[in-house]
Design a protein around this ligand. Structure first.
Ligand code: FAD
Length: 421
């Protein structure tokens, strides 16, 4: 016999997006059930780098990262065409001036624990199997508990007034409700591994834009080295999928080539990697629509929220989760489900121009030769590299100068490509 329960807010998936939504909803006094199919701690394929803006979200969630041992970075080294420029994270805005590298098994466990502490009912080891739809209206979900996590075993039915869909890049629950990815937009594919390095404590992260395939052609993507501070670095490659399609062999081959190209200064011991390298998809640039329905919202990777400039998905996930909780709270307060329309509206006003520019950039960089020209030009100018760093991490000031700069870059991108999808 199946177990049944009711809640105000049901959250499906406990990555950063779902955990943030559950935390903020519980914090505002809502009854929340958060379901996660894995048991915690669990690994999630990721570069593990949090931008200063993402650290700002953790601070706002009152997670005291300063008292933790998580590894801090204070800047970014960008390498291209045999040259490097090191930049410190900007200090002239509201966010912290440092980022973090945190293995996802620790970050996600911490976030989920935090949501639980705020009052959310967290059930791990419970896989959502299908939506419960009655008279065309979403009423909740059916799920199956393994009995291995914090949730019960067996069949479960959760009925809810509002549902937050945070089930990651493939988002089976979202797809069952009719969400779809716009295929003309680029998607990222990436692969990472952990390797010992004497420089694991460096306070800088590095992105290398000299990615080449076996024929020596420069590729639209980058290699990274992110020091974890625990004896290892997280290193990997990310590529725009319109270049190599979705062929998983391509990214594996590229990863193997990348291992031989990692800058020597990191002293990475590529022979002694930890476990098997793993890869995944990055749905980016607000590529999934719709992102809300009458009583549901979609957040994080499930909504295609990865930043198209740099593959950063944790910060948008935390941000989406908070926004989702806030509109649901208002909808419950006012008794007006139409409040949920604010979710889409606010996402559009907050991110649309930025993501549109990002999509244009990814489109331009997917063209043979353009990536090479961009990186050659960029790496020769500290001012331009700093601007790229600010834009790609969404740390542009909202003053006239910052906004103007974005549009200057936008105009260059727009000039280089015809404006049609
Ligand atoms: C190789 C690689 C490197 C990356 N590097 C970075 C980086 O350095 N920095 C960065 O900011 N971003 C990075 N990203 C992107 C980042 O990992 C994602 O954007 C981020 O994890 C999105 O969070 P999320 O909560 O939306 O989804 P996820 O983190 O994918 O969480 C979704 C959760 O839903 C659960 N779930 C799924 N289906 C069900 C179900 N049916 N029932 C119950 N639970 C379910 C999953 O188990 C999972 O825990 C990288 C991605 C890849 C692939």
């Amino acid at each position: 016999m199946s177990m049944r329960l009711s809640t105000e807010v049901l959250v499906i998936g406990a990555g950063p997006a779902g955990a943030a939504a559950a935390y903020w909803a519980a914090k505002s006094g809502r009854m929340v059930v958060l379901l996660e199919k894995e048991t915690m701690p669990r690994d999630k394929v990721c570069g593990d780098a949090l931008t200063p803006k993402a650290v700002g979200h953790l601070n706002e969630m009152q997670i005291d990262v300063d008292s933790t041992t998580f590894h801090r970075h204070h800047g970014l080294r960008m390498t291209a065409d045999g040259q490097s420029i090191e930049l410190r994270w900007p200090t002239d805005h509201d966010h912290p001036s440092h980022g973090l590298v945190i293995r996802r098994r620790y970050l996600d466990e911490m976030l989920v624990g935090h949501a639980g502490d705020a009052g959310a009912q967290v059930w791990t080891g419970v896989e959502v199997t299908e939506p419960v739809i009655e008279h065309g209206h979403l009423r909740g979900c059916h799920a199956l508990g393994s009995g291995k996590g914090t949730g019960p075993g067996g069949e479960i039915e959760v009925r809810a007034r509002f549902v937050v869909i945070a089930d990651g890049p493939l988002s089976p629950f979202g797809r069952a409700l009719g969400t779809a990815r716009t295929r003309q937009y680029a998607q990222g594919v990436a692969m990472r591994g952990y390797f010992p390095s004497s420089q694991h404590n460096d306070d800088i992260i590095e992105s290398v834009f000299d990615l080449r395939d076996s024929a020596g052609q420069q590729l639209p993507g980058y290699g990274w080295v992110f020091p974890v501070g625990d004896g290892t670095v997280n290193t990997g490659v990310g590529l725009l999928s319109h270049h190599h399609g979705n062929d998983p062999r391509s990214i594996q081959e590229l990863f193997q080539e990348w291992l031989t190209q990692i800058p020597e200064s990191w002293e990475v011991d590529i022979e002694n990697g930890e476990g098997e390298p793993e890869g995944g998809r990055l749905p980016m640039g607000a590529s999934v629509r719709p992102r809300s329905g009458p009583n549901w919202v979609v957040v994080g990777d499930a909504a295609g929220s990865v930043n198209p400039f740099n593959g950063d998905g944790i910060e948008p996930a935390l941000s989406n989760g908070r926004l989702a909780a806030s509109v649901i709270d208002q909808a419950i307060d006012s008794g007006d489900g139409l409040e949920l329309r604010q979710y889409e509206k606010q996402l559009i006003s907050k991110y649309d121009h930025y993501y549109r520019l990002g999509r244009l950039a990814t489109k331009a960089l997917g063209r043979p030769g353009l990536m090479r020209r961009f990186t050659r030009l960029g790496i020769q100018s500290r001012v331009l590299t700093e601007l790229v760093m600010r834009i790609s991490t969404n740390l542009v000031n909202n003053d006239a100068g910052g906004t103007e700069s974005v549009y200057e870059i936008g105009k260059v991108v727009a000039r280089l490509i015809p404006d049609r999808d």
